[in-house]
Design a protein around this ligand. Structure first.
Ligand SMILES: Cc1cc2nc3c(=O)[nH]c(=O)nc-3n(C[C@H](O)[C@H](O)[C@H](O)COP(=O)(O)OP(=O)(O)OC[C@H]3O[C@@H](n4cnc5c(N)ncnc54)[C@H](O)[C@@H]3O)c2cc1C
Length: 557
């Protein structure tokens, strides 16, 4: 944590140096001592510290300065740091002015120059003030801050991206400036252009990124975007449970392993508010926890994790070459596709336009806090929708699940159905679907159609979470691997039809169990045709695939 600041201001250079020296001598262990030669210069420092979210414990200010007096400076500085203690340095002749300032500018103390010896005339007074300050001062958040508008899709994307990559951040909603003095103070420091170009990400060193693209943010939060090695034994595309398991097993068994993930490790599982059926966690665990643990484990075995999207693959003899969206290429012997599935879009007027502005795909856990006291609508009847409803029920006034079918039995685990029934603020509406979303810059109402009554009702709604199934996104592999009509990738015995091996297959063996029609390209998890769509099965396939990778490598290397 950055040390709180003691800021001293005096236009007399010698006095300034002497105060600074005395402050450092006694307080440098716990505080950062900064100095300024004028009120104007000091205000610049104060503003910068506010933007960095640093704290100021004490101002030690000369009263008589040209341009701006000590009291005038303090009147401005304390609007940004109202809790800082204020000490005025005065000459003997100014005592009356100083006493008046105690009332006008809330000065805590005034000291007469010269203060020698400081042990008697300076430190006792400051010690007392600093003790009071420390006792009352709440610790300041010093990580990344995101300033934006709740209804802005770009703000949502940034928050979601940071949260899923386990980067702690503080969210500052510009709409709350009237009631939150911290937000108000920050907004006050931005120029007009900056307040028009939200969201803004403020890094701990004070750097302000206006409307950053996620690709730009990646660099600033310490994620790697390019491979460090020229060549890998194994490259994994997708960092969900299947890809992470393969990474852990691959690297732990000595393979030089790289994992490429375009959003955040954890995949769909990372979005789950509570996974209750994963072996070994009797009271469940959040998807974020599972992902975080797996990433630590993978890194411990030396897996390199790259934040990038794979956009194409090329086969060149024994080499598999992956093209990334950022222009880089990754070269390997064995390639494992673990790209899972993505949410299917809801096709209704208004939905696409308001996506990110009250309408979200998936559970969007970063938005849960904002739904406090509101009504939340969840579309879908599978486990993911059930988990999301349970999660939001802790914040929202009421959660309404809109289910197309007439029961949950076929699509949801019984333990979740029981939980939903036992939660008083969850309401399930069967035979319903959202047919239109309304609102100008954010969701305000939805139209719900009931197939039993054939009626459509328009109801107020600020938050709609859509979880209506998912589809693989494998077009980038279209000309390389064989896929079914929905895009799921065939593997192993699925490729041998009427006793015939896949076309182009030249080896004198059948494709291995999790191998595609291209030798050395494997597929695991939800993206695989015929897979069981569960965390445990993805983890199982990812782990098992490594033994097939070994078998393959033993023949090519
Ligand atoms: C909200 C929710 C709750 C769930 N709850 C449970 C539960 O309680 N129990 C259970 O067993 N299962 C649950 N599931 C299902 C489970 O999460 C999935 O079956 C599992 O995550 C599939 O793992 P995967 O690794 O195959 O794919 P995914 O988890 O889908 O991961 C694929 C990853 O690949 C990345 N990717 C895709 N394309 C590219 C590309 N071109 N380049 C780079 N990266 C790419 C994606 O960003 C993603 O991170 C839940 C799913 C959801 C959505």
């Amino acid at each position: 944590m950055a040390k709180p600041v003691l800021l001293t201001v005096d236009d007399d250079r010698e006095v300034l140096r002497a105060v600074e020296r005395d402050l450092r001598r006694k307080y440098a262990g716990n505080y950062r001592v900064l100095r300024a030669g004028s009120g104007q210069e000091a205000l610049e420092i104060v503003r910068e510290l506010k933007i960095r979210n640093n704290s100021i414990a004490l101002f030690l200010i000369d009263q008589r300065m040209p341009g701006m007096s000590g009291v005038e400076f303090l009147a401005q500085a304390i609007t940004l740091f109202p809790d800082a203690k204020r000490v005025l340095l005065t000459a003997y002749a100014d005592t009356d002015a100083a006493i008046a300032a105690i009332n006008d500018a809330g000065i805590n103390h005034y000291l007469l120059k010269p203060w020698d010896p400081p042990e008697e005339n300076l430190y006792p007074a400051l010690d007392e003030l600093l003790e009071d300050w420390e006792a009352a001062f709440p610790p300041v958040f010093e990580g990344i801050r995101v300033l934006g508008n709740r209804w802005s899709p770009a703000s949502h994307n940034i928050k979601d991206f940071l949260a899923r990559n386990h980067v702690p951040y503080q969210w500052l909603d510009i709409e709350t400036a009237a009631s939150d003095s911290d937000v108000a103070a920050l907004v006050h420091l931005l120029d007009e252009e900056e307040t028009r170009s939200l969201p803004m990400v403020i890094l701990p060193n004070g750097t302000r990124l206006r409307q950053p693209a996620l690709a730009d943010l990646v660099e600033h939060i310490g994620l790697k975007t390019r491979a460090t090695e020229a060549f890998y034994d194994l490259a994994i595309v997708g960092g969900g449970p299947a890809g992470l398991a393969a990474a852990v097993y691959g690297a732990s068994e000595g393979l030089r392993t790289v994992m490429i993930e375009r959003e955040a490790p954890g995949g769909q599982a990372g979005m789950s508010s509570r996974i209750e059926n994963y072996l070994g966690f009797p009271s469940g665990l959040t998807g974020a926890d599972l992902a975080r643990r797996a990433v630590v484990q993978a890194r411990r075995f030396g897996v390199e994790i790259i934040s990038a999207e794979a956009t194409a693959v090329r086969v060149d003899g024994p080499y598999r070459l992956l093209q990334l969206a950022n222009g880089a290429e990754v070269s390997c012997h064995a390639l494992l596709v673990a790209t899972g599935v993505q949410w299917r879009k809801l096709d209704a007027p208004g939905v696409e336009r308001l996506a990110g502005a009250g309408i979200y795909y998936g559970a969007a856990m970063t938005e849960a806090m904002s739904t406090r006291g509101e009504d939340v609508y969840v579309v879908g009847g599978a486990n993911s929708a059930g988990q999301a409803a349970m999660h939001f029920s802790r914040y929202a006034r009421r959660v309404v699940m809109l289910v197309r079918g007439s029961s949950l039995a076929a699509s949801m685990s019984q333990y979740l159905i029981n939980q939903l029934k036992a939660t008083p603020n969850i309401q399930i509406e069967f035979n319903t679907s959202v047919v239109e979303a309304h609102g100008d810059d954010h969701l305000e109402e939805i139209s719900i159609h009931c197939t039993v009554t054939d009626e459509t009702n328009r109801v107020p709604a600020n938050s709609l979470f859509i979880m209506i199934g998912a589809a693989p996104n494998t077009d980038w592999l279209a000309n390389i691997v064989e896929r079914d009509e929905l895009g799921f990738i065939y593997s192993g015995p699925q490729l041998t039809r009427d006793g015939k091996r896949p076309s182009g297959w030249k080896l004198d063996r059948e494709p291995g169990l999790l191998e595609t029609n291209v030798p050395g390209i494997f597929v695991v998890g939800d993206v695989r045709h015929g897979s069981v769509k569960r965390v445990a099965s993805g983890v199982g396939e990812g782990s098992v695939a490594i033994s097939f990778v070994h078998q393959y490598l033993s023949k090519v290397v």
